[in-house]
Design a protein around this ligand. Structure first.
Ligand code: ZN
Length: 131
């Protein structure tokens, strides 16, 4: 064991999971620390180590950590929702956004009516209607 290679004494989570020797130039080591074994396990289960390796090779080094974080996020969501994965979360948020836009439209309309007729009692103006 060489003293200038501190990582060689402890395999990264990916190499531990894959039961292989972690080398000083292991491409997974910077992103899958040995104390985060589940992080790689989830990504491997959904994408496979080979595909993760290909993605890391295609992404500039300065963006690799972000790429890994998004892969981990996508893998976790896919494992929780095998049918829709991230699309389920996106669709749910889009639905909520449409509801909020509708509520905002109603609130602005109600405010405009109130400002046009400030002497009318508040109960004159239509309440919100939720679907
Ligand atoms: Zn490694």
């Amino acid at each position: 064991m060489k003293s200038q290679e501190p990582r060689s004494s402890s395999s990264c989570a990916a190499c531990k999971f894959l039961k292989r020797r972690c080398t000083p130039n292991c491409q997974f080591a910077p992103y899958f620390r040995s104390d985060e074994p589940k992080k790689f396990a989830k990504v491997h289960k959904v994408f496979g180590a080979s595909n993760v390796s290909k993605i890391l090779n295609e992404v500039p080094e300065e963006h690799r950590e972000d790429a890994v974080n998004s892969l981990v996020f996508e893998a976790e969501v896919r494992l929780q929702d095998p049918v829709y994965g991230c699309i389920g979360a996106i669709a749910s948020l889009q639905h909520k956004m449409v509801e909020l836009q509708h509520d905002l439209f109603l609130a602005r309309s109600r405010l405009a009516c109130f400002l046009d007729h400030p002497t009318l009692p508040l109960d004159h103006f239509a309440p919100f209607h939720y679907p």
